[in-house]
Design a protein around this ligand. Structure first.
Ligand code: MP5
Length: 185
C-alpha cells in the first residue's frame, strides 16, 4: 500500500486551513463548486458500476447512489447558504478526475469498485484530519465524518481488493492530491 500517497491525499494544507479557520472564502468556495461537479460525475460512474455489479454488491452500491443524489441537494443548500453560484466551469483537476472515472468504466468491476473505495476512504480520513473545525465550516467536517459514512466506507472496503489494483489506487490518490491543490492554487 502506497502509504506516502495516502498521507498526501488525506493530510493536506487545505484541510489544515479548514481546521484552523484560516481558509479563505475564495479557496473554500472554489473547492465547493468543483466538488459539486465531481459528485455529479461520481454519480454517473457509480450508477454504471451498479449496473454491472454482482448481485451481493448491489445493496451497498444502490445506497451509495441514493446518498450521492442527496449529496447534490446538500451541495445546493450549502451554496445558497454561502451566497455562491455552483454553476462553474470544471477546472483541470476536475476534468482529469472525470477522465479517470470514464476510464474505470471500461476496467474490470473489481478494479472499479476498489477505486470507489479509495475515493470514499480518502474523504473519510481527510475530513477526519480537519476535525474539529470551527463554525461556519464545522458542518462540512461533520458531513464526511459521521458514523454512517464510516460504515459505508467499511462496507465498500469489504468489496475492494487494493493489493491487486495498486495502479488504480495510486491513480485516485494522485488525483485527490491534485484536487486539494487546485483549491489552494
Ligand atoms: C469525494 C468527494 C467523496 N466528494 N470529492 C472528491 C474530490 N473525492 C471524494 O465522495 P462522496 O460521495 O462525496 O463522499
Amino acid at each position: 500500500m502506497p502509504d506516502d500517497l495516502w498521507t498526501a491525499a488525506t493530510r493536506h494544507p487545505f484541510l489544515d486551513a479548514v481546521r484552523d479557520g484560516t481558509i479563505t472564502d475564495a479557496a473554500f468556495d472554489k473547492w465547493l463548486c468543483q466538488d459539486a461537479l465531481f459528485v455529479a460525475d461520481l454519480l454517473i460512474f457509480q450508477a454504471r458500476l451498479l449496473a454491472r455489479a454482482p448481485r451481493p454488491d448491489q445493496q451497498v452500491l444502490v445506497g451509495g447512489c441514493a446518498a450521492l443524489v442527496a449529496e447534490l441537494d446538500w451541495f445546493e443548500e450549502q451554496a445558497v447558504r454561502r451566497g455562491i453560484d455552483l454553476d462553474a466551469e470544471p477546472l483541470p483537476a476536475t476534468l482529469a478526475y472525470r477522465e479517470l472515472l470514464q476510464r474505470l468504466d471500461d476496467e474490470p468491476y473489481a478494479a472499479a469498485i476498489t477505486a470507489l473505495w479509495v475515493i470514499e476512504r480518502v474523504y473519510l480520513l481527510g475530513w477526519t484530519s480537519a476535525a474539529p473545525a470551527a463554525a461556519p465550516l464545522d458542518g462540512f467536517v461533520e458531513h464526511w465524518t459521521t458514523p454512517d459514512f464510516a460504515g459505508y466506507v467499511e462496507e465498500l472496503g469489504a468489496l475492494a481488493s487494493p493489493g491487486e489494483h495498486e495502479e488504480q489506487v495510486n491513480a485516485v490518490l494522485k488525483l485527490e492530491v491534485a484536487f486539494w491543490d487546485m483549491a489552494l492554487a
